[in-house]
Structures are given as structure tokens and as C-alpha cells.
Design a protein around this ligand. Structure first.
Ligand code: GLU
Ligand code: ZN
Length: 308
């Protein structure tokens, strides 16, 4: 008898889009995913999600990598840039087409705004109402959507506990390929988490509403389901959301205010339940103190002196 295969190596990842400076919310996600992987004796990788057209820039990605390194967070494997993965994504579209899971969507942005009344949508997300579901196949050069099976998806969140969502009410059939030739976020993220053996997805709570949809895509591709943890967002002292563009709090801005990397790591560690009080430290100091049961679920406010 062949022995059962060994369990996969715990693998965490941080997958920023290189569209701006990493702010404290992004950095908190990066540190939490790193700590969770390291505390489990696993590996941690960085992936650059630069599929999303002209807003993604190589130089912004390189700057993000430097900021992560300044916090002590470096990828165990060469950083994967999704812009180099078009062939893999195309192959996956072919598999989904063979399984009759794709259909062309001819809706314009204007149509979608008209069609989408969004009573259940969270966070500005508008579910696609399935307008084009019965359109005949017209080839791979059209905008393509995944036909979702009906019904809710139940999943476990390390932080939030049992979750159940109906992806039809949150995203509707997700767009996987855009008319402009770009592969969409949902496709790239699911394909690469699978290809890279990611066992644990730690990310901001703003992405919680797309999780059920991504699980459906994993199922369609026969990929294993990673564990999920959705962190409360980091908000400005006045309660507003930190943006990646403009007015975001990044390491350079903080350094200009006299706040150095060890202080940032200490504050982030404090907000993740690793320290009793914020005190300067190195990321590695936090590994033995990291425990999901001690991570607070809610939003976290940036200290006022850091933002003024
Ligand atoms: N690239 C996405 C973002 O920066 C995150 C993807 C993910 O963590 O699943 O918002
Ligand atoms: Zn459509």
C-alpha cells in the first residue's frame, strides 16, 4: 500500500497590486500573513498582482518590495509577477470552456450600471445579474464570465468563524477575461494560489465578499481550498478609509514624521495581539507571540500623531 501523501507545506502569501504605495492596512496584512505562515513553520511568498492593466506599474511593485523588506518581510521564492502568466491563465480559460462554464458577456459599462440594482451588494460591489448567460460561444476574444452553480457557499474564516455567502448576491457570475485582453483578478488570484500551493489566504476584510465566488472557481478547477482569514481594515484617525492613492500612510511618509520601521512593526504587532503595548521590535520577535485567537476582529485606527 502506498502511504498517504504528506500534508502540504503551510504556505502563506501576500499579493499586492502594484498600483501605489503600501499603506498601513496593506502592511498589516503582509505582516499577519507572514506571522501566520512562520508561526506554523511554513513558507511565505510575495506575488505581484499586476494583471489589471495600466494602473499597475513595475516601479511601484519594486518600491512595495523594498518597503516589505524594510519591515523584514522577504519572499521565500522569487516574486511571481502575474503579467508573466498570461499563457497559464489562457490555458485555464480553455479548461473552463471545455467544461462549458464560460459565456461571452456583451454588456457595456453603461448596461451594467443600468442592470445592477445592488440591494445585497456589500462595499460597492454590484452583482452581475446574468444578463448574457444564454449567449452562444463566440470565441476567446470576448469578455468571458464564469457560470456559477446555484446556492450558497459555506466556508471557515480563521478570524471571523463560520461564514456563508451566496455568490450570486455578492458578485454574480464573475468576469474572468475582459474585452480589452486583460485577465481578471478573480481568475489570476485563484489560479496562482493553486499553482503556488498556497494553503492560507490572509487579506483585508474588503475582500471577504468575493471569497465565495473564488471558492466556486477553485471548485470548477478542482483546486484545493485554502484557509481564509479576513482582517479588519486599518482606518485613519478620523474613521475614513486609507486609500492606496493619495493621502495614504506609507513607510516613507511615516519616516518623514520620525516613525521608523521598528516602530511600525511594533505597532502592527500590537494591533495583531502580539504585544501588550506598541513598542519598537523586529518582525521575527513577533513570531512566537502570534496566535489567531488573539487577533482582534475589528477595524484598527492609525495613531493620531502618525496621520497629522
Ligand atoms: N491583489 C489584491 C489587492 O491588492 C489582493 C488579492 C488577495 O489577497 O486575494 O487588493
Ligand atoms: Zn453581459
Amino acid at each position: 500500500m502506498t502511504p498517504p501523501p504528506p500534508p502540504p507545506m503551510p504556505t502563506g502569501r501576500f499579493a499586492p497590486s502594484p498600483t501605489g504605495v503600501l499603506h498601513l492596512g496593506n502592511l498589516r496584512t503582509a505582516l499577519a500573513s507572514w506571522l501566520s505562515a512562520r508561526a506554523a513553520g511554513g513558507r511565505w511568498i510575495i506575488r505581484m498582482e499586476d494583471v489589471d492593466g495600466p494602473r499597475c506599474r513595475r516601479d511601484l511593485g519594486e518600491a512595495q518590495l523594498r518597503d516589505l523588506e524594510a519591515l523584514g518581510l522577504t519572499s521565500d521564492e522569487p516574486v511571481l509577477w502575474q503579467s508573466g502568466r498570461r499563457g497559464a491563465y489562457r490555458a485555464v480559460l480553455e479548461v473552463l470552456h471545455e467544461a462549458d462554464r464560460l459565456y461571452p458577456c456583451a454588456c457595456t459599462r453603461k448596461d451594467l450600471l443600468k442592470l445592477a440594482s445592488a440591494p445585497h451588494a456589500e462595499d460597492g460591489l454590484r452583482p452581475y445579474p446574468g444578463h448574457c448567460r444564454n449567449r452562444a460561444w463566440e470565441g476567446f476574444d470576448r469578455a468571458l464570465r464564469l457560470r456559477l452553480p446555484e446556492g450558497p457557499v459555506a466556508w471557515q474564516d480563521r478570524l471571523l468563524g463560520s461564514q456563508e455567502d451566496d455568490p450570486a448576491a455578492l458578485t454574480g457570475d464573475p468576469l474572468l477575461f475582459r474585452r480589452d485582453g486583460c485577465f481578471a483578478y478573480h481568475l489570476a488570484v485563484v489560479v496562482d494560489d493553486g499553482a503556488q500551493g498556497v494553503t492560507e489566504v490572509v487579506r483585508g476584510a474588503d475582500l471577504r465578499p468575493v471569497t465565495a465566488t473564488q471558492i466556486r472557481l477553485q471548485e470548477a478547477l478542482g483546486l484545493p481550498r485554502p484557509a481564509y482569514a479576513h482582517l479588519g481594515l486599518v482606518i485613519a484617525p478620523d474613521g475614513s478609509r486609507l486609500g492606496k492613492r493619495g493621502g495614504a500612510l506609507g513607510l516613507a511618509e511615516l519616516a518623514a514624521r520620525g516613525v521608523g520601521a521598528p516602530e511600525v512593526v511594533g505597532w502592527l504587532g500590537f494591533t495583531l495581539g502580539c504585544l501588550e503595548r506598541p513598542e519598537p521590535c523586529a518582525a521575527a520577535d513577533l513570531i512566537p507571540r502570534f496566535d489567531w485567537t488573539r487577533v482582534p476582529k475589528g477595524e484598527v485606527r492609525v495613531p493620531a500623531p502618525w496621520a497629522t
